[in-house]
Design a binder for this molecule. Sequence first.
Ligand code: SF4
Ligand code: SF4
Length: 216
Amino acid sequence: MMLPVPPAMRASAAKSPPPMKTVVRRIKFESELDLAFGERVAERAYGQKLLSCIQCGTCSATCPLSHYMDYTPRKIIAMTREGFKDEVLNSLTIWLCASCYSCQVQCPRQIHITDVMYALKREAIARGFYPAHHPIPVLARSFYERVFAQGRNTESRLLITLYLRTNPLVMLREAFLGFHLWRKGRLSLKKESIAGRKDLRKMLNAVEHGKKEEPL
Ligand code: SF4
Ligand code: SF4
């Protein structure tokens, strides 16, 4: 005799099964690591102290953004030192770091954590390892392009470029606020520029191309 199936069970049986998750290996073998990576980053971030990290976690505790990071600053230091190159270069942490230097000031080993973040960011940019539409690298690049072209930034134009390159829908949402600020004279669309733009470009070109860094 067949037993009646309760309605709740009938409904769940009718639903399609959850998609099968891909099985991935979550550890790395030593042979897959870049064991000299930590030393190379340390050289670029002012000193070998990076290698002396005691994993006390003070940097993560003091970091105002660690709650949003995929790897806390303590983990970034540990992973860099151990050679997890791809993981740190692909992490969001390096883009979320606001360069506030709080971790660096508090570190009992005086490790230049903020400079490590900068070194990793530069390397990620050089390798194209950054999220294409993430606002932080887009903002940094757009800011530089405007300064390069005009010698000065126009906030309203920078914002428009940022929204267009990341999420144009946000621009629509903020349009009313922008209009309100413009009407009150708090936001100008007038392009700002300086007189010696050619000289500035020469200087920026010299900085950008004069000191090419070797890949890490
Ligand atoms: S505060 Fe310094 S020593 Fe402590 S975990 Fe962070 S980097 Fe390492
Ligand atoms: S410099 Fe970056 S990593 Fe260090 S505390 Fe500030 S935001 Fe966090």
